[in-house]
Design a protein around this ligand. Structure first.
Ligand SMILES: *[C@@H]1O[C@H](CO)[C@@H](O)[C@H](O)[C@H]1NC(C)=O
Ligand SMILES: *[C@@H]1O[C@H](CO)[C@@H](O)[C@H](O)[C@H]1NC(C)=O
Ligand SMILES: *[C@@H]1O[C@H](CO)[C@@H](O)[C@H](O)[C@H]1NC(C)=O
Ligand SMILES: *[C@@H]1O[C@H](CO)[C@@H](O)[C@H](O)[C@H]1NC(C)=O
Ligand SMILES: *[C@@H]1O[C@H](CO)[C@@H](O)[C@H](O)[C@H]1NC(C)=O
Ligand SMILES: *[C@@H]1O[C@H](CO)[C@@H](O)[C@H](O)[C@H]1NC(C)=O
Ligand SMILES: *[C@@H]1O[C@H](CO)[C@@H](O)[C@H](O)[C@H]1NC(C)=O
Ligand SMILES: *[C@@H]1O[C@H](CO)[C@@H](O)[C@H](O)[C@H]1NC(C)=O
Ligand SMILES: *[C@@H]1O[C@H](CO)[C@@H](O)[C@H](O)[C@H]1NC(C)=O
Ligand SMILES: *[C@@H]1O[C@H](CO)[C@@H](O)[C@H](O)[C@H]1NC(C)=O
Ligand SMILES: *[C@@H]1O[C@H](CO)[C@@H](O)[C@H](O)[C@H]1NC(C)=O
Ligand SMILES: *[C@@H]1O[C@H](CO)[C@@H](O)[C@H](O)[C@H]1NC(C)=O
Length: 525
């Protein structure tokens, strides 16, 4: 199977042991040497408004346009999305980029090695998936080893204020202040390189008792108790990520991948800390895997409106998007036993606990992927989402995938259809919420070009969760015929009167004169 990852990045991946450890017996041959960027002490946010197709400091774009042809050409990139902020084009919110790591945190906060030595080691253990191979079950352990430094509340508040736009921490309600402090603390951690990690595995009690509803029809195996030592030390950024074969031991053991249709759940406890618990999902070779993005599809984020996006990420409690949890709960109950849920978001590792906490309260249990720190300095070299998606596809070559997200992520708009072109037998459905058709704050253009040439029965642009009700996904019904599609392949922009795939936004008739003028100029060109 090919990936489009550039060679430099492949080397990087090898160096950092993110590639399959089984296939890379000598990972230490290439030293992991990646410098994180200096921490920002001023807001990193490029200010712009989500309901405009141009950056904030080009507010007068309309007058530019009417005053001369040159300006039209200059603003053209904004209109077409080619000079939109990188956080929009890369699909990673700007405020979630360039988090400081390791020694940068220590330097910027004046923390010494001795201060940190006394702190306990903590481990982020990201819920893994496992595939069935000739050697038995192969579990992809991944996560991060770090310490939380002592930072005064006053300093935390200063740091939290850096992330907020037009509002001060002290002006937020108490619960939101607590959330903002929590996430800020999670960002200012010191990752621990060259650490050994080991785990204890045991059967996970029936779902429900661990607070995770659903999860397909996952079952508890009758064995699998064992200790596992991760075969490599952590990378320079404290990350670990590799497939490790586990043994068929204790009780009557684990069910082989070819003797069960059910996903089996094992609890994974990290040795030496109570912070590294996770559930591992042993996924049979065939069946359907739902791969779901989280922001603006499972929860309300409004990535396209920075001020709101920041509040929704840093301060407010995470809220589900409409009745999406009901749709997932239904899928979890009614889909065949071999169904597996995987949550794949490009939010950085530091925010993972908040995302997991939310998902496991609201959505079916499943494995997880977030953006590893390894990639913190190569946002333009590689599509992280594509890298993570490709890994799941390679791990389960016989499974079928239902890919779920929304149109406000340009990497989704590229990567999801590309996977369907590259693996036509593996992509069952692509379900995309048309965010700009349903949220008048999102007027960013998005691009449907990637869908050209795909069978239109495999993808649907929808408006609200109810549009997904009653689809027979297991049998390949991906389209609710009552939702108008009318997909054209190219740039779509509600703002410009191009009512993209999935229909028109009723409110767009209320656009002001300036916007109508811009639209008229656009259409005349
Ligand atoms: C299950 O898979 C194992 C390992 O690949 C193989 O040895 C065994 O024969 C298979 N069993 C069945 C029932 O296919
Ligand atoms: C990690 O484990 C390996 C193998 O047991 C050992 O050689 C190495 O010294 C350990 N590293 C640390 C930092 O303890
Ligand atoms: C795993 O290691 C712990 C000590 O860290 C030990 O008490 C336990 O017996 C081991 N379990 C197995 C199944 O080897
Ligand atoms: C584990 O061993 C049991 C009994 O020995 C066997 O039935 C089962 O197929 C084995 N499972 C795996 C994963 O090899
Ligand atoms: C767990 O860690 C302790 C030291 O923190 C070590 O003595 C013990 O051997 C480890 N257990 C396993 C199973 O790796
Ligand atoms: C992790 O599991 C251990 C053992 O069940 C438990 O004592 C601990 O509270 C758990 N940690 C968290 C953060 O839930
Ligand atoms: C699905 O899994 C459940 C739980 O193990 C089992 O009772 C049921 O028979 C399975 N259904 C099918 C169709 O295999
Ligand atoms: C922040 O909240 C998450 C989710 O509730 C929790 O798991 C985590 O431990 C908290 N982090 C800190 C640094 O307090
Ligand atoms: C299991 O996953 C690994 C890692 O992605 C992959 O290399 C291997 O081919 C997979 N094995 C099978 C039998 O699908
Ligand atoms: C299609 O969408 C409509 C509107 O949201 C909904 O009422 C209906 O249940 C959906 N499902 C089917 C199969 O029509
Ligand atoms: C749940 O699924 C069943 C069977 O497909 C369907 O009849 C029902 O309308 C669904 N309900 C919701 C809320 O999606
Ligand atoms: C789809 O587009 C065609 C041509 O632009 C238009 O005539 C038709 O009314 C549209 N259908 C819907 C349901 O919007």
């Amino acid at each position: 199977m090919h990936t489009r990852i550039p060679r430099r990045v492949l080397l990087l991946g090898a160096a950092l042991q993110v590639a399959n450890a089984v296939a890379l017996p000598e990972p230490t041959a290439v030293p992991a040497k990646i410098e994180a960027r200096a921490p920002r002490t001023t807001p990193a946010a490029i200010y712009f408004e989500g309901d405009r197709s141009f950056v904030y400091d080009k507010r007068n774009v309309l007058s530019d346009i009417v005053s001369g042809v040159d300006s039209v050409a200059k603003s053209w990139g904004s209109v077409l999305g080619t000079d939109l902020p990188s956080y929009f084009t890369e699909g990673i919110p700007n405020w979630f980029q360039d988090f400081p790591t390791g020694s940068d945190v220590m330097k910027s906060l004046g923390i010494g090695d001795d201060d940190l030595a006394a702190k306990p080691t903590e481990v982020l253990n990201i819920p893994p998936y496992a595939n069935w191979t000739d050697q038995g079950w192969n579990v992809r352990f991944h996560g991060n080893v770090y310490k939380v430094p002592d930072i005064s509340q006053e300093k935390i508040d200063d740091l939290a204020n850096v992330f907020l736009i037009d509002v001060k921490l002290e002006d937020l309600p108490a619960d939101q202040q607590a959330n903002a402090r929590n996430l800020t603390k999670s960002i200012f951690i010191v990752q621990q390189s060259d650490q050994n990690v080991s785990f204890h595995l045991e059967p996970a009690p029936m779902q429900g008792s661990s607070g995770e509803p659903g999860g397909g029809n996952a079952i508890t195996p009758d064995g699998g108790d064992q200790n596992i030592t991760f075969p490599y030390e952590t990378t320079a950024q404290g990350d670990f990520d590799a497939f490790v074969p586990i043994k068929n031991v204790s009780g009557s053991g684990l069910l082989a991948g070819n003797e069960t249709n059910n996903v089996q759940r094992l609890n994974v406890y990290t040795n030496g800390t109570l912070t590294g618990n996770a559930t591992a999902f042993l996924v049979p070779p065939t069946g359907i895997t739902f791969i779901s993005d989280i922001d603006d599809i499972l929860r309300v984020t409004k990535i396209y409106n920075p001020k709101e996006g920041l509040l929704n990420s840093f301060a407010r409690n995470f809220t589900p998007w409409m009745n999406m949890p009901g749709i997932y709960a239904n899928w979890s109950r009614t889909m065949p036993n071999n169904t597996h849920f995987h949550y794949l978001t490009t939010t950085p590792e530091q925010a993972t606990r908040n995302y997991m906490d939310f998902i496991y309260k609201m959505y079916p249990g499943g494995s997880f992927d977030t953006r590893p720190l390894n990639f913190s300095d190569v946002p333009n070299t590689l599509s992280i989402r594509n890298y993570l998606l490709t890994k799941v596809f390679e791990t389960f070559p016989q499974r079928k995938f239902v890919l779920v997200a929304d149109t406000s992520n340009s990497d989704v708009m590229k990567d999801y259809p590309q996977l369907a072109h590259d693996h036509p037998d593996q992509v069952q459905c692509i379900l995309l919420r048309n965010t700009s058709a349903t949220d008048s704050e999102d007027w960013f253009p998005y691009n449907t070009k990637g869908f050209e040439g795909l069978n239109s029965n495999i993808y649907m642009f929808f408006h609200v969760p109810d549009d997904l009700t009653g689809l027979d996904i297991a049998n390949g019904q991906c389209v609710n015929t009552t939702i108008p599609q009318n997909v054209t392949f190219g740039t779509q922009a509600e703002l410009l009167g191009i009512h993209g795939a999935g229909g028109k936004l009723a409110a767009s008739s209320t656009l002001g004169f300036g916007v109508a003028l811009l639209a008229a100029i656009f259409l005349a060109l």
